[in-house]
Design a protein around this ligand. Sequence first.
Ligand SMILES: Cc1cc2nc3c(=O)[nH]c(=O)nc-3n(C[C@H](O)[C@H](O)[C@H](O)COP(=O)(O)OP(=O)(O)OC[C@H]3O[C@@H](n4cnc5c(N)ncnc54)[C@H](O)[C@@H]3O)c2cc1C
Length: 487
Amino acid sequence: MAEASTSRPLAASSVPRWDLEHEVVVVGHGVAGGAAAIEAARAGADVVVLERMTRGGGATALSTGITYFGGGTEIQTACGFRDSPEDMHAYLRLAAGEQADPERVRLYCEGSLEHFRWFRELGVEFNPTFLDDKVTHPFGTECLTFSGNEDAWPERELARPVPRGHKPAREGEAGGYLMEAVLRGTAESGARVVNECRALRLVQAADGRVVGVVARRERERIAVKARRAVVLATGGFIMNREMVAKHAPHLLQCNYRVGTPGDDGSGIRMGMGAGGDAINMGEGLVLNAYYPPSSHLKGVLVDRNGQRFVNEDAYLGRTSDAILRKADGRAFLVVDDELYGQTQAFHKLAAVEESFEALEKALAIPAGALVRTLEVYNESAARGEDPLFHKAPRYLRPLSAPPFAALDCSTSNSIFGVFTLGGLSVRATGEVLGPDGDPVPGLYAAGRCTAGLPREGRSYASGLSIGDASFFGRLAGRRAAQLAPWD
Ligand SMILES: Cc1cc2nc3c(=O)[nH]c(=O)nc-3n(C[C@H](O)[C@H](O)[C@H](O)COP(=O)(O)OP(=O)(O)OC[C@H]3O[C@@H](n4cnc5c(N)ncnc54)[C@H](O)[C@@H]3O)c2cc1C
């Protein structure tokens, strides 16, 4: 079982010989590692990528591939949406969460159009089409979606709603297709890739500079010298139960861990061992997909006491976080006969009854509570209003066609996907920072092993993980290539 403790670095003086020697050593070949390797190599550095699996890809290759771009991409323009770096910035300040690093948000928005072109030049195609439906896993080849809370309250009143989720032009999960382009880009950049090579410990010189990595390649232990820098890009820690229990115990209620075995926090623990700080470790993205069908957005989400607690049309990251934290993990989506449809995650029906009273009784909700909630909801929905949670008018209509069904959205009875959002504290340019805010010399990190741009699941938008990992992976790679060699 993976540990929760930090991995102590090896002193450089204890390394008997270096088996490999390169200027920049990138650990992990997902999108962050690939982006770092490509940019470091393009900047002229001699780069090696160490990947523990037989091939790179990581969680990125399993993903839907939605990437958050904006500021007026050609896809946005072709679909009739006007966007600007300023509008994107207004929204992303909210989506990144209260703990966000303002510098990261600014750079991401200013560089988004160039970053979109970078992916295009790697060969990733996007169709100029808009999917006008609320989904988390678009299955078709349409590109543009509202992938977060852009059109939900309160964001829609604070920033002009514009769709920025861009899915590559592939059916189903498109992350594999996107990642193939990145792996090809790494190969073409001249970076060397060593697969089946798992980094175990960092190597640190007496002055604290990180100067290499100890890794296991197949059965042998090797020391890899990094003449300029090491870039950690190893993914998150959702597969490390000990770490989750220690840092984010509420996430243990979720029953579907989204990631690969590589998401065991090894990079975070290595970085901490070398003096790096880990921050935001209690945050995760939680997803309980009670839509599609988007008719379910017209349903009413209630807790065990029959009370509403969130606007049902918010991004699933927010509604699911609210189920976990506000409703204590027990919630039902009430729909009527016209709204009901099978969800993609196959939610169980907790009860189906002809009246609100009977439904309330079947769900063991205190007498009168659910009936009152639904009557109040219906009255205001009939006027196109939701004074309590400001659900958008397009999703407001009274529940009036019996039978009424309650879908079980509880953590114990439905699928709750989860991955972590915490990790190493880094500058936007990738330097790993210690608790005092000073960089650990020679050490960089990017992607899910860092506390990146999205800091909260409740304000997250799909596409921010791949967007953040690739954008800041590139910056880290460039900066690592510029660091003066240590010998
Ligand atoms: C099903 C699914 C759907 C998703 N959909 C989306 C989406 O549409 N949009 C979005 O933005 N995000 C999505 N995500 C999340 C997103 O894919 C990840 O958060 C992001 O891709 C992480 O990128 P990364 O480069 O940091 O990590 P990864 O892509 O996981 O790469 C890390 C790599 O490091 C390797 N590694 C780990 N430890 C070591 C070690 N010690 N030594 C050597 N190698 C090591 C791993 O094997 C792996 O190859 C989804 C995730 C999943 C699983």
